[in-house]
Design a binder for this molecule. Structure first.
Ligand code: ZN
Length: 207
């Protein structure tokens, strides 16, 4: 009996937390016909520096879950995504373009159920844009190469930045590295992988 009670308490706590932090919004399912003020499809294409595909083309290259998050601004469920509790050493790259975005060195346990970082891997990779959807003022993050939505950044993170980049696992791909010393080399190698993937996407965009 007490186990059930505990489960209920934990569930209520988690639901309250989510509702406090996301305005109760869990997925696009609650948002009919884009009524929440978030245009779908090409919404992000204006800010993409390298890759601009049509909605149909994005649906070809992304999984439905990736599309829902990256192109339609969905938010995946907390604690039910691949990287919220990922502790291995490595880098996190854009699920669409392979662009290196975050390092395990900057990942911290936020307790939110989403992968959280104190900063991006380097400047100029993760874009910021004020997001006033759902009656809130938040700062949204996107991949500068494809404009794909990644998550939001909040000012309640730990040292050294005091920032909390709250990301969706669906927008990321984790590349494990042997050790912390290997991270710079992994970033360099991934930049080449990303350049190839971006070229492929540009070909698709042009076809
Ligand atoms: Zn990208």
């Amino acid at each position: 009996m007490w186990k059930i009670l505990l489960l209920v308490l934990v569930s209520v706590g988690a639901a309250l937390w989510v509702s406090m932090n996301t305005g109760g919004f869990m997925s696009e399912d609650h948002c009919e016909d884009g009524a929440c003020g978030v245009p779908s499809g090409n919404f992000a294409s204006g800010r993409a520096e390298k890759v601009q595909l049509t909605e149909a083309q994005w649906r070809e290259v992304l999984t439905p879950e990736q599309f829902a998050v990256m192109r339609d601004h969905g938010t995946e469920r907390p604690f039910q995504n691949p990287y919220w509790d990922e502790k291995r050493v490595g880098i996190y790259v854009c699920a669409a373009t392979g662009t290196p975005l975050f390092s395990s060195e900057d990942k911290f346990k936020s307790g939110t159920g989403w992968p959280s970082f104190t900063r991006p891997l380097a400047e100029g990779l993760v874009g910021d844009e004020v997001d006033t959807s759902y009656g809130m003022r938040r700062v949204e993050n996107y991949c500068v190469d494809c404009g794909g939505h990644l998550g939001h950044v909040f000012e309640d993170g730990p040292e050294p930045t005091g920032l909390r980049y709250c990301m969706n696992s669906a927008a990321l791909e984790f590349i494990p590295v042997e050790s912390v010393e290997g991270i710079p080399a992994a970033v360099k190698a991934q930049q080449e992988v990303a350049a190839k993937r971006i070229a492929e996407l540009q070909d698709l965009a042009g076809s």
